[in-house]
Design a protein around this ligand. Structure first.
Ligand SMILES: *Cc1c(COP(=O)(O)O)cnc(C)c1O
Length: 450
């Protein structure tokens, strides 16, 4: 599809611009445009619910990570955490920016391989990798297996031996640091299913086992504290724990070098108007600075660093577009305004109590007239997208947008109520390209054995 590019209006600032893609602008008649595309035209052509990804924002985030971290430490690799959102054309976009990938399942590995990604740039995570998944990973030449528990050492060794290769691995440790995020998304504390705890001595035993395994090459350590992390302090505390482990345990007790380290992902994006996540440069300074200070103080070489952002690469690039439908007023209680999507395409509010802003996409400058709750269309009372949104009085048929929709929405989408999963378009310079078509009834029935 080609549209006439919409010149960004500079006369009026777009509300909530810091949550929207970098190219978000107003058309001459005051409608939201992304990537030079008027959202009304996108909705007409592709239908709603529609997920719109802005190529310029995506590319800026990829470049931003590389530049911010390499300015602090040249030996830094950036991996995109695929679970935030992935399909083949999207993987190619990310790979073209020079990023590698985290994968957490055989499915993600297969999609990355089918996309033509260099599998040496892929790191394989997961707290319960199957023997089949490990065999697939080794066979396709995956860059690193990130071993997540003590038992996995033997499984990875068996897969590598069967393939006749020596597989480079990292060990994911749990440093015992609370990232102050939702209990369902904190992963670096002692009581988590992820990683081998340092505090109990299990991490030391796992490093020893890897070092002794003939078909595994120990390359270093990994931690991932949770998500989203709006503070720098958890990274600083976690790296201090890693550094003590590198010096006191790996070097002094085991005589094992640690050439690589990953402080994971978890970097925040703003979902609400009053949120302001740290700048990439601030994360980079805190992470690289702490590593360098600790390495110098403890006398070990600065490791190569691997960053694993997911949410913060793709979150802000995505906008979800819905069409407004039913309205239910309960006097003195609440007004519900329902849209044509909901928990089937965005389960985060129902699952984590995640909060979003809502924008009247055809008239973002219209003053708020009432406070309503934006409900989805699925058969659960918990199917609420935005609670207490201050909006102009919406009428049926107009478009509503939720910003910061790129990460962990479609990736967690379901066919609940046999919903058709939405289409995904990539917008740039006034044109839109379909990355994934909307599902059809035939897709819903394609796997039936009838
Ligand atoms: C989920 C995950 C990430 C990415 O987290 P974001 O919050 O999306 O940045 C990185 N590393 C690991 C191991 C993960 O599980």
């Amino acid at each position: 599809m080609t549209q006439t590019p919409t010149p960004p209006s500079t006369a009026t600032a777009l509300p909530l611009a810091h949550l929207l893609p970098h190219t978000a602008a107003l058309t001459a008649d005051g409608t939201l445009a992304i990537g030079g595309c008027d959202v009304r035209a996108l909705a007409r052509e592709f239908g709603t619910p529609l997920y719109v990804f802005d190529q310029a924002t995506l590319e800026a985030q990829c470049r931003g990570y590389r530049d911010a971290f390499r300015a602090e430490h040249a030996e830094t690799d950036v991996l995109y955490a695929s679970k935030a959102f992935l399909n083949r054309p999207f993987a190619r976009l990310i790979a073209a920016q020079g990023l590698g990938f985290d994968a957490v399942s055989g499915g993600e590995i297969e999609v990355l391989r089918a996309a033509g990604v260099d599998m040496r740039t892929v790191y394989f995570h997961g707290n319960n990798k199957s023997a089949d998944e490990l065999a697939l990973a080794v066979e396709c030449g995956i860059g690193r297996i990130v071993i997540d528990n003590s038992g996995e050492v033997a499984l990875a060794e068996a897969a590598a031996r069967a393939a006749g290769v020596v597989q480079p691995v990292l060990l994911r440790v749990s440093p015992g640091v609370d990232a102050h995020t939702h209990e369902k998304t904190t992963t670096g504390i002692l009581d988590t299913k992820f990683g081998v705890p340092i505090a109990t001595g299990a991490a030391e035993a796992a490093v020893r086992a890897i070092a002794e395994a003939t078909h595994l090459e120990f390359r270093g350590l990994h931690m991932h504290l949770g998500s989203p992390i709006f503070e720098l302090e958890p990274y600083v505390l976690g790296i201090e724990v890693l550094a003590a482990f590198i010096a006191d345990v790996c070097r002094d007790r085991l005589g094992v070098a640690v050439p690589e380290c990953s402080p994971g992902g978890g970097f925040a994006v703003a979902y609400l108007g009053d949120q302001e996540p740290p700048a990439l440069a601030a994360y980079a300074r805190a992470i690289c600075g702490t590593f360098r200070r600790e390495a110098d103080a403890r006398g070990f070489p600065m490791p190569r660093l691997t960053l694993e952002p997911g949410r913060s690469i793709v979150g802000r690039a995505g906008v979800a577009l819905y069409t407004v439908g039913a309205r239910k007023e309960i006097p003195g209680v609440r007004t519900y305004v329902a849209v044509d999507g909901g928990m089937a395409d965005n389960v985060r509010p129902a699952m984590y109590g995640a909060r979003y802003e809502a924008i009247a996409a055809e008239r973002p400058l219209a003053p708020a007239e009432e406070t309503v709750t934006i409900a989805g269309k699925y058969c659960e009372s918990g199917d609420i997208l935005v609670r207490d949104a201050a909006l102009p009085r919406l009428h049926a048929g107009e478009l509503l947008a939720t910003p910061a929709a790129g990460a962990y929405q479609l990736a967690m989408a379901s066919n609940y109520n046999l919903a058709y999963k939405p289409a995904v378009v990539l917008v740039a310079n006034g044109s839109a390209r379909l990355l994934r078509r909307r599902e059809t009834a035939a897709d819903l029935m394609a796997l039936d054995v009838d």
